[in-house]
Design a binder for this molecule. Sequence first.
Ligand SMILES: Nc1ncnc2c1ncn2[C@@H]1O[C@H](COP(=O)(O)OP(=O)(O)OP(=O)(O)O)[C@@H](O)[C@H]1O
Ligand SMILES: [Mg+2]
Length: 282
Amino acid sequence: MSILPVAHTLTVLSQKGGTGKTTAVRTLADVYRRVGLDVLCADLDPQGNLSDYFDVPPEASPTMGDVLAGQANAADAVHPEGGMSRQGRPPEGGILPANLGLAEAELILAGKMGRELTLKRALREVRRDYDLILVDCPPSLGLLTVNALVAADHAVISSEAEYFSLQGVEQALEVVELARESLNPDLDWLGVVLNIADMRLIHAREAHRQLRERFGERVFDSVVRRSVRYAESAERGVSILDYAPELGADYLALADELLARLGGFDEQRSRLADLRAELAAA
Ligand SMILES: Nc1ncnc2c1ncn2[C@@H]1O[C@H](COP(=O)(O)OP(=O)(O)OP(=O)(O)O)[C@@H](O)[C@H]1O
Ligand SMILES: [Mg+2]
């Protein structure tokens, strides 16, 4: 049961592909569920990676594409998460899945009035059923990402620790500003997380320094370290929290920083502290 009147909607975006957005959404959802929050994951990427992570069958219907095309209600498009139940935990929350049909829906959407508001309107009816809605964006700053930003209360930018990180974050931030100025004045940019970072490399440390210099406190203290174990855990359908708890610690720290910035989650943060201690001892 939801503890808040309406869900906080949080969108994870980046200017380019492969910055760890989907892994972040998946892992944060896992952390938040473990501390008792009801979380809906919304896949807004026609690649459907998030839906795959959660073992949504390919024939699942309706999907995000149907919702955005106006052919289904969001509530009907929420599916249980196979991946989680397979690990012996009952599925909590759910996923609004995507597949290639979403690319087609995006084209249809492009020609419609109010095209940027479609996701926001669609999620309105399910917002009361969850504490958090986490939206995973595609690897571009097009109409789908704009829909995600217009539907969101909060935006988090995921950035790889590379030479051009700063530029990518600036571009993503421009789209956040655009959404805020035109359609969603309450949109709050929570910050930028340095993701898939090998801090032993000079260029990764340099990327972090540049981001800090430019965005100060908006750069999360928690850095998600690079490890091949993420790919392995994804392949096995096991959360990084269970597969490699010492790495999962990065996401526990990030999840806590996010809750601190959202405010009002004291009880969950205290459970999160217990979970961190538990996993550290594992
Ligand atoms: N911390 C990490 N260390 C190493 N590899 C990672 C890490 N996080 C994610 N990966 C791997 O990097 C790849 C890209 O991650 P992910 O799919 O989460 O990125 P994305 O930003 O969602 O990509 P896209 O833009 O294509 O949707 C995946 O193979 C994933 O398993
Ligand atoms: Mg992705």
